[in-house]
Design a protein around this ligand. Structure first.
Ligand code: AMP
Length: 209
């Protein structure tokens, strides 16, 4: 029997992932949200789920600790790792990667300070725009940075825009459309081809329903 390990992203993505997995016939045998466990067997023998922080999903898949992963495109753009394929856009957890600035403030002239957790994405974006930017790495609450003059602008994911609005910010430049993607370890895709292909196929059908 082929063992398949699927690394899932906890939080918002997980809530939208579980119904998709269910449609594809993969269900955890116990309630993930009622448990503090990190590994869950599923109704498919040999297939288990890992519940991880989003930025750890590509790492687990790249090194083959998980065969398949589900992660936001924002995390994958930032990760820049190889070692995995990205065969499927799951169309869930949609949002936008944007820059945001204090409302009504015109563009900052001169050297820009940008706060973000997406350092690699931001570096590429400002380089493509030909703009000089000093990047400041934060791990959360990016919206605070412009209010406290830590940065002129931020790079973050935005869904409704309510969080920005509540903190006196507004979106400026669109960097990328984001949704959750399926990734597959390159070696596992060869050695466990049938089992992985069958999961990719079932998920791709559940996405289009
Ligand atoms: P919103 O107020 O709807 O623009 O979203 C506020 C926060 O929710 C953002 O700062 C993000 O950190 C988070 N968020 C938005 N969309 C997603 C998503 N698709 N996946 C994970 N987190 C998200």
């Amino acid at each position: 029997m082929t063992q398949i390990t699927l690394a899932l992203t906890k939080g918002r993505i997980l809530k939208e992932t579980l119904p998709l997995l269910k449609k594809a016939g993969i269900e955890p045998v116990e309630d993930i949200f009622a448990s503090r466990k990190l590994v869950f067997p599923t109704t498919i023998k040999g297939t288990r789920l890992l519940i991880l922080r989003g930025s750890d999903v590509p790492t687990y898949v790249q090194f083959g600790a998980a065969d398949i992963g589900i992660a936001g495109k924002d995390v994958l753009l930032e990760d820049q790792g190889d070692g995995y394929y990205e065969p499927l856009d799951l169309g869930i957890a949609r949002c936008q990667l944007m820059t945001a600035v204090p409302k009504g403030v015109s563009s900052h002239n001169g050297r820009l300070r940008v706060a973000t957790k997406y350092i690699n994405v931001a570096r590429r974006f400002y380089a493509e725009q030909g703009r000089q930017a000093d990047l400041i790495k934060l791990y959360g609450a990016m919206e605070l940075a412009p209010i406290l003059d830590l940065a002129h602008e931020i790079v973050d994911i935005v869904d409704t825009g309510n969080t920005l609005k509540a903190n006196g910010l507004e979106t400026r430049d669109h960097i990328a459309d984001i949704s959750a993607r399926l990734i597959v370890n390159k070696a596992a895709f060869k050695t466990k081809f049938n089992a992985i292909q069958s999961i990719v196929n079932s998920l791709s059908k559940s996405v289009s329903i």
